[in-house]
Design a protein around this ligand. Structure first.
Ligand code: GAR
Length: 197
């Protein structure tokens, strides 16, 4: 059973899905938020999971990441999951957790990295969008993809409508991808996501 820590910044819908999907392969042992009062913290507490707030305000990126690293090491996670964690992590932090750090991004990576994803997808009149779970590497949203799910983009979509449709598939995709990693069916090797039966 793999020990999992989850980092959040907001409402924690993905966190809730990951909590509900806990099985013999993983157990969430700690939830950390950089935002005090993030709704996701209540979801963790309601499930009896330890929580911690590490505010980033007024700290350098390295100082914040250092605190985060100390808190995480204390919980001895095998896997660190970013679930709506809206902070860019320093190269040093990412290298320290290489192969154990995953993220979900609301686009079909490598398309639409970064922010304002749904606005840009609609502006470009894409027919398809979706979500990607990937290993985190120092370059933003550029790590090897573990799993993806697609949704249609409708001509009259607003960014919120598309975000809601993508979120629906995220909530199934993230637990599935985490279970692959937790049961050693995928690993980061030489910069690639390598799958085994
Ligand atoms: C999710 O849609 C996730 O893909 C996105 O933030 C939302 C978090 O929602 N993440 C990113 O944009 C990361 N760059 P949640 O807090 O309800 O899970």
């Amino acid at each position: 059973m793999k020990r999992v820590a989850v980092l959040i910044s907001g409402r924690g819908s993905n966190l809730s899905a990951l909590i509900a999907a806990q099985d013999g392969s993983y157990q969430i042992v700690l939830v950390i938020s950089n935002v005090e009062g993030a709704a996701g913290l209540d979801k963790a507490r309601a499930a009896g999971i330890a929580t911690q707030v590490i505010p980033h305000n007024g700290k350098t990126r390295e100082a914040f990441d250092g605190e985060l690293d100390v808190a995480l090491r204390g919980a001895r996670p095998d896997i660190v999951v970013l679930a709506g964690f809206m902070r860019i992590l320093s190269d040093g932090f990412v290298r320290g957790w290489e192969g154990k750090l995953i993220n979900i991004h609301p686009s079909l990576l490598p398309a639409y990295k970064g922010t304002r994803v749904h606005e840009r997808v609609i502006e470009a009149k894409e027919a398809l969008s979706g979500a990607s779970v990937h290993f985190v590497v120092p370059e933003l949203d550029a790590g090897p993809v573990i799993a993806q799910a697609t949704v249609p983009v409708h001509p009259d979509d607003t960014p919120q409508m598309l975000a809601d449709r993508v979120l629906e598939v995220e909530l199934k995709l993230y637990p599935e991808a985490l279970k692959l990693l937790a049961s050693d069916k995928v690993a980061l090797k030489n910069g690639l996501a390598v799958f085994t039966a």
